[in-house]
Design a protein around this ligand. Structure first.
Ligand SMILES: Cc1cc2nc3c(=O)[nH]c(=O)nc-3n(C[C@H](O)[C@H](O)[C@H](O)COP(=O)(O)OP(=O)(O)OC[C@H]3O[C@@H](n4cnc5c(N)ncnc54)[C@H](O)[C@@H]3O)c2cc1C
Length: 392
């Protein structure tokens, strides 16, 4: 966000509670981020994409969705979209690394302050002409606009008096890299088994990232298991799709909670990233939504400035426009993702039949498949626009 603002001439101070080392040299965290075409475009605009070493970018050429033991699948390809891939996979720590490099490249307009925690917020100081944040050492900083990007559990969002819808799936996700015998053909596999979900994200040759979604208590057992026990559990439950498997890295885990802020803006305040929309990872949209939010908010603030050079950015209609556009870009996919997750993790007999029906129904409807593919790749109009176009 700071880089996007700098590129339209707006100076900012970034306040990050983690120490500088954690930002300058981020450690591998298990997350492989599937970037949509629009997401990649935003990174290119910021110059961050160009900073990524080519070998850390893995093409995602197709995706297949399986239900239970059924060998049939619902397949997605980029066919008809003028591209050879659905998107690209990039390790999360590399995205954080290039974001840091981008900030360092714009020293005149970005001040980076690490190891400082925001603990207080007031949205109307100086008679309403500025907002103020208070750091945990008592220091106070004032600015026309505060943008919060402090995670899906955003404390700053709460301090701004903005609530959020939260959906705790009661599940955890375990991530780890796995080497396998059979080639992956750059195809992601999403397997909704009964009791757990396994997604395989294709990385380098015969190397994939396993994303295992499982009840939180079972996740604890699997995390406590030895490497051999874990590997043999995965081998048994993978149904031989990728042949013989071998653990190729540490296990990481995350709780699964989706959040959606009641509002994205207030006077002198905006939310972006997970603080605005915290997605379940199954449709791989969280980070992409973060990038879309950055692009939209920066563009609206830039337009407001073009209109009037001395515009008060914290009081601009630009914030209202951002609110509307970002909600439109995210709301339907957020609700759709949660509905898919609920249905495909419901193992009751009726839900299993419905799951099968949904997959087969979608497979028989090429326009629906294309619409879903376009949403996954970020190449089509927003789902909201597509649905509206189908209404009488
Ligand atoms: C398993 C998994 C897989 C995923 N896969 C994908 C995918 O394939 N595609 C995709 O698009 N997305 C994916 N995501 C989502 C993506 O990782 C997140 O959307 C993204 O990382 C959120 O970034 P953020 O900067 O908004 O929040 P965060 O990464 O949570 O960063 C918040 C920052 O705020 C700081 N902070 C918090 N509180 C304070 C405070 N009071 N003061 C100062 N600093 C503070 C924190 O230290 C942290 O650095 C996945 C997520 C998970 C868990």
């Amino acid at each position: 966000m700071a880089c996007a603002l700098a590129d339209v001439g707006v100076a900012s101070t970034v306040l990050e509670q983690a120490p500088l080392a954690a930002i300058a040299e981020p450690q591998e965290d298990g997350r492989e981020i599937a970037l949509t075409h629009r997401g990649m475009g935003v990174l290119q605009q910021l110059g961050a994409w160009q900073d990524l070493p080519p070998e850390v970018i893995s093409p995602l050429k197709a995706a297949q969705v399986f239900n239970g033991q059924d060998a049939r699948f619902l397949g997605f390809t980029p066919e008809g979209q003028g591209t050879d891939r659905l998107g690209s996979l990039v390790p999360n720590h590399w995205l954080r690394q290039v974001a840091y490099q981008g900030a360092r490249r714009r020293p005149d307009l970005i001040q980076l302050r690490c190891g400082v925690k925001v603990r207080g917020l007031s949205l109307a100081v100086q008679g309403g002409r500025a907002a103020q944040v208070e750091l945990d050492d008592g220091e106070r900083l004032q600015a026309p606009l505060v943008i919060a990007a402090d995670s899906r559990f955003s404390a700053t969002r709460r301090l701004a008096g903005i609530g959020a819808d939260m959906l705790d799936f009661g599940r955890s996700v375990i991530l780890c890299r796995i080497r396998h015998e059979k080639p992956h053909h750059h195809t992601a596999l999403e397997c909704f088994h009964h009791g757990h979900t396994m997604a395989w994200l294709p990385l380098q040759e015969q190397l994939s990232s396993l994303v295992l979604t499982i009840a939180a208590d079972q996740a604890q057992t699997l995390l406590a298991a030895s490497e051999d026990e874990f590997q043999s559990w995965v081998q048994t439950h993978s149904q031989g799709q990728l042949g013989r498997l071998e653990l190729a890295g540490p296990r990481h885990h995350y709780p699964l909670v989706a959040t959606y802020a009641k509002r994205f803006t207030a006077r002198r305040f905006a939310l972006i990233g997970d603080a605005a929309v915290g997605m379940h990872p199954v449709t791989a949209h969280g980070y992409n939504f973060g990038l879309y939010g950055v692009q939209t908010l920066a563009a609206e603030l830039a337009a407001a400035r073009r209109h009037r050079a001395d515009v008060d950015l914290g009081d601009a209609v630009a914030l209202e426009r951002f609110e509307r556009l970002h909600r439109r870009a995210t709301r339907t996919i957020y609700l759709g993702t949660n509905a898919v997750v609920k249905l495909f993790t419901d193992d009751r007999p009726l839900a299993r039949v419905l799951r099968q029906g949904v997959l087969h129904g979608a497979a028989q409807l090429p326009p629906l498949k294309l619409m879903i593919s376009q949403q996954l790749t970020g190449r089509g109009p927003s789902l909201w626009c597509q649905l509206r176009a189908t209404l009488p």
